[in-house]
Design a binder for this molecule. Structure first.
Ligand code: NAD
Length: 413
C-alpha cells in the first residue's frame, strides 16, 4: 500500500522537533535517540515437507528508563531492522505518555505467516522466542502481539519460556484469558481508539452522533474501533482490509460486519457495501479517517486527496512527516498514534499487574481504568497543544520525552 518510508528518519525527525520545543540538551537527546540494545537472530524453520527455511528475526530494546522494555512482535514480510527500531522508540514515548511504568521495545520476523501452516507457525514462534530468550524477562522485557501475531502465538511464547524458566505468565501479554490474559485486552486498542475519537470530537466541536467514519484495516484494532464507535452513534461508511475496500454511504450494519470479519478474518464477500480500492477509501469525504493497518499509508503523494476533518492514527506511523505537514496546511487535524493506540499497551500493563498479583480483575474494572488513563492522556496532550500552540503530535511527544528524560536524569549513568 503506502510508499516505502524511512521509518528511522521519520521517527528521529519527530523526536528532534519535539526535543527542540522543550529545549532538551544535546547529550540527553543523543542518548534517548539511540536504542539500548538490538538483537538480530536467525530463525530456522523445518517446513512440513521436510525442507529447512531460515528467516530473520529482531528484538530492539529502545529505552528502559521508566521500567522494563515493552512492545509487540510483528510477523510480516516487510519487517526490517529500521522498522523495528522506529516502532521500539514509539513504544518508549507511548508508555511514557499514558504514564505506565515501562520502556519501549519491539520485535518481529520477516515472514509472511499466511504462507505457513498452523504447525509451521507454532514451530517458528517457539524457535524465535528461544532465540530472543537471553534478553527477555518478566522484569526486563515483556513482548505482546502486533500485526499478524495473536493470543495463540503469545500462548506458545509463554509455554516456551516456561520450559526454560518455569511457569511465568507475566513474560508476555495479550495471552488467552485461560492462560492469564486480561479480560478486555483483545478489544483494548480499538476501545482506546474509540475513546480518543470521542474526545477529539469534543475538542474540535464535532457531533459524534451520526459522524461519518472511514476505517482502513479492519483487523483487531480497526474492527473493535468500528464496533465501539458505532455503539457511540457514529456511522461507519467505509472499511477495508488487505483484499480491498467497501463503501456504504448509508452506514454499514457494523455488528454483523464485525461478526463476519471475526469469523472469516476478512470483510471480503461480507454482502455489504460496494467495492472500492484502498486508495479510493482514503479519499472518501468523512469526519474521521482511521488508518488502522500499516505504516506510511498517508504520504505526500495522496495526502492532498484526503477529505476528512480529523485523522485518528490507530496504526503505528500511518502518516509520513511530509504528509503530516500537508494535512496541517489543509486544516486537517491529526491525532497521533502514540496517544490514539495506547489502549493496547495500557491493558497489557494491567494484564502484567494481574499476573504478578496472581489475581484477575473483572472486565468493568479493566475498562474503567483504561477509560481514565486514555482521557487523562488526551487532556494532558490537549493542554500542552494549546499552551505551546503546536500540533497534537508534537504535544504528545513533548509530554512523553519530558517524562523519559526526567527518569533518565534521576537514574544517572
Ligand atoms: P491485524 O493483523 O489484526 O489487522 C491488520 C488489518 O490491516 C487487517 O484487516 C489487514 O487485512 C489490514 N491490512 C493489511 N495490509 C493492508 C493493506 N495493504 N491495505 C489495507 N489494509 C491492510 O493488526 P492489528 O493488531 O489490528 O494492528 C493494526 C495496526 O495497529 C498496526 O499498525 C499495529 O502496529 C497497530 N497497533 C496494534 C495494537 C494491538 O493491540 N493489536 C496496539 C497498538 C498499535
Amino acid at each position: 500500500m503506502g510508499i516505502k518510508v524511512n521509518n528511522r528518519k521519520a521517527g528521529e525527525d519527530q523526536f528532534d522537533r519535539a526535543a527542540n520545543l522543550i529545549g532538551l540538551n544535546d547529550d540527553i537527546r543523543d542518548s534517548l535517540k539511540m536504542p539500548d540494545r538490538e538483537l538480530m537472530v536467525e530463525v530456522p524453520l523445518r517446513k512440513d515437507d521436510g525442507t529447512i527455511h531460515s528467516f530473520r528475526g529482531y528484538r530492539v530494546q529502545h529505552n528502559n528508563s521508566r521500567g522494563p522494555f515493552k512492545g509487540g512482535i510483528r510477523f510480516h514480510h516487510e519487517v526490517d531492522l529500521d522498522e523495528v527500531r522506529a516502532l521500539a522508540s514509539l513504544m518508549t514515548w507511548k508508555t511514557a505518555l499514558v504514564d505506565i511504568p515501562y520502556g519501549g521495545g519491539k520485535g518481529g520476523i520477516t515472514v509472511n505467516p499466511h504462507e505457513l501452516s498452523e504447525r509451521e507457525l507454532e514451530r517458528l514462534s517457539r524457535r524465535f522466542f528461544r532465540a530472543i530468550d537471553p534478553i527477555i524477562g518478566v522484569n526486563i522485557d515483556i513482548p505482546a502481539p502486533d500485526v499478524n501475531t495473536n493470543a495463540q502465538i503469545m500462548a506458545w511464547f509463554m509455554d516456551e519460556y516456561g520450559l526454560l524458566h518455569g511457569h511465568t505468565p507475566g513474560i508476555v501479554t495479550g495471552k488467552p484469558i485461560d492462560l492469564g490474559g486480561s479480560l478486555g485486552r483483545e478489544a483494548a486498542t480499538g476501545k482506546g481508539v474509540a475513546i480518543t475519537t470521542r474526545e477529539s470530537a469534543n475538542r474540535y466541536g464535532l457531533d459524534l452522533e451520526g459522524a461519518a467514519v472511514v476505517i482502513q484495516g479492519f483487523g483487531n484494532v480497526g474492527s473493535y474501533a468500528g464496533k465501539f464507535l458505532s455503539e457511540m452513534g457514529c456511522k461507519v461508511i467505509g472499511v477495508s482490509d488487505v483484499h480491498g475496500g467497501l463503501r456504504e454511504p448509508d452506514g454499514f450494519d457494523v455488528p454483523s460486519l464485525f461478526d463476519y470479519n471475526y469469523k472469516n478474518r476478512t470483510i471480503k464477500d461480507c454482502g455489504q457495501g460496494t467495492p472500492i480500492t484502498n486508495e479510493e477509501l482514503l479519499g472518501i469525504e468523512c469526519d474521521f479517517l482511521i488508518p488502522a493497518a500499516l505504516g506510511g499509508v498517508i504520504h505526500k503523494m495522496n495526502a492532498e486527496e484526503l477529505k476528512c476533518k480529523i485523522v485518528i492514527e490507530a496504526a503505528n506511523g500511518p502518516t509520513t512527516p511530509p504528509a503530516d505537514e500537508l494535512l496541517h496546511n489543509k486544516g486537517i487535524h491529526v491525532v497521533p498514534d502514540i496517544l490514539t493506540n495506547a489502549g493496547g499497551v495500557t491493558v497489557s500493563y494491567f494484564e502484567w499487574v494481574q499476573n504478578l498479583q496472581q489475581f484477575q480483575w473483572d472486565e468493568d474494572e479493566v475498562n474503567e481504568k483504561l477509560e481514565k488513563r486514555m482521557v487523562r492522556a488526551f487532556k494532558e496532550v490537549s493542554s500542552v497543544c494549546d499552551e505551546k500552540k503546536t500540533s497534537m503530535r508534537m504535544a504528545a511527544f513533548t509530554v512523553a520525552i519530558d517524562r523519559v528524560a526526567q527518569s533518565f536524569e534521576l537514574r544517572g549513568i
